[in-house]
Design a protein around this ligand. Structure first.
Ligand code: CTP
Ligand code: CA
Length: 224
């Protein structure tokens, strides 16, 4: 039995969460993506909803059952994700950017299936940077508590601190994705929660539901 009383302040609050991983199409049958399963974002959505929040989940290519009582907006690409976030952000109290976003996308989309070339053993894809969705909200913030994730394979805390400073977020949840038993695709996670002018909060390896609860507890402390 989980004591959720610390999360009582979530009742009636609007919580917007992104989850999953984006896809950037190369041609009609191929895309660039990442290993995100959406489990962390879905766990956050479920725990928030169970504690009375009004949850909207923007879901990018997640193969999990749609949680009951949650509004889900399905997206595929970074542009679709950015668009959905822009529309929903204004009216939300809490925004959690848990989705793994492609940093680059192909400059040219080829409208037919690319054929194997007979005269070259190599194929070069030209990529361009995508919109940094989290960063783009910096100037649009009013009341929102903004939470980002930092997926790192090395120098976790230094890299996460840089993201806390550069992204205009209140909270960064740092995630070591170099180990296969936590992070991408797994049931468990272990995170460090970073905030400005506060001691880092280390959350030991646990089920993503438990991690979600801890992250929401930190968020709730910031709700007026
Ligand atoms: N993010 C975003 N838009 C992007 C890329 C990332 O909103 N185009 C968000 C992610 O959802 C996450 C945070 O920014 O909440 C950090 O993402 P991460 O990939 O860890 O960092 P990047 O800033 O993309 O830097 P890098 O991948 O080089 O570490
Ligand atoms: Ca990135």
């Amino acid at each position: 039995d989980v004591d959720n009383s610390k999360l009582a302040k979530l009742r009636g609050k609007k919580v917007l969460i992104t989850a999953g991983g984006t896809r950037e199409y190369i041609d009609p049958v191929r895309y660039i993506s990442n290993k995100s399963s959406g489990k962390m974002g879905y766990a956050l959505a479920k725990v928030a909803q169970e504690n009375g929040a009004v949850v909207t989940l923007i879901s990018a290519n997640v193969k999990l059952p749609i949680p009951a009582g949650i509004d889900v907006i399905q997206v595929e690409t970074v542009e679709e994700l950015a668009q959905a976030v822009q529309t929903q952000f204004v009216s939300t109290d809490v925004f959690i950017m848990a989705a793994a976003v492609s940093d680059y996308r192909p400059v040219h989309f080829v409208d037919h299936k690319i054929k194997k070339s007979a005269d070259s053993a190599n194929l070069t894809l030209e990529l361009e940077e995508t919109t940094d969705i989290l960063k783009s909200l910096k100037s649009r913030r009013t009341k929102q508590i903004v939470v980002g994730f930092a997926a790192e394979t090395n120098d976790l805390l230094n890299n996460a601190k840089k993201k806390l400073d550069s992204k205009g977020a209140d909270i960064i949840v740092a995630n070591d994705v170099s180990q296969s038993d936590i992070g991408f695709g797994s049931e468990d996670n272990a995170v460090t929660i970073l905030q400005h002018n506060a001691t880092n909060i280390k959350v030991a390896k646990a089920n993503k539901q438990i991690i979600a609860k801890k992250v929401l507890e930190v968020i709730v402390k910031r709700l007026s």
